[in-house]
Design a protein around this ligand. Structure first.
Ligand code: ZN
Length: 72
């Protein structure tokens, strides 16, 4: 063990402030703005695939996003 772990925001590469016992809902991002930015980028990548995602699948996309958050 060597000191507290430092978490870098995947969107802006800034250190994510982590208060002891308090976990922001937007982790691993430093802010909700960065989280939304990253999700927007992810969706943009999805839309570059040949087959567009029908609106009905937006719910399953949300589930995938929740799964990704649970992993990290
Ligand atoms: Zn950030």
């Amino acid at each position: 063990m060597s000191g507290p772990a430092v978490l870098l925001c995947p969107a802006c590469r800034q250190v994510v402030p982590s208060a002891a016992g308090e976990q922001p809902s937007f982790l691993p991002f430093c802010s909700e703005r960065c989280k939304l930015t990253d999700l927007g980028r992810w969706f943009a990548q999805e839309y570059t695939v040949p087959a567009p995602i029908p609106p009905e699948d937006s719910e399953s996309i949300a589930e995938v996003l929740r799964a990704r958050e649970a992993e990290s």
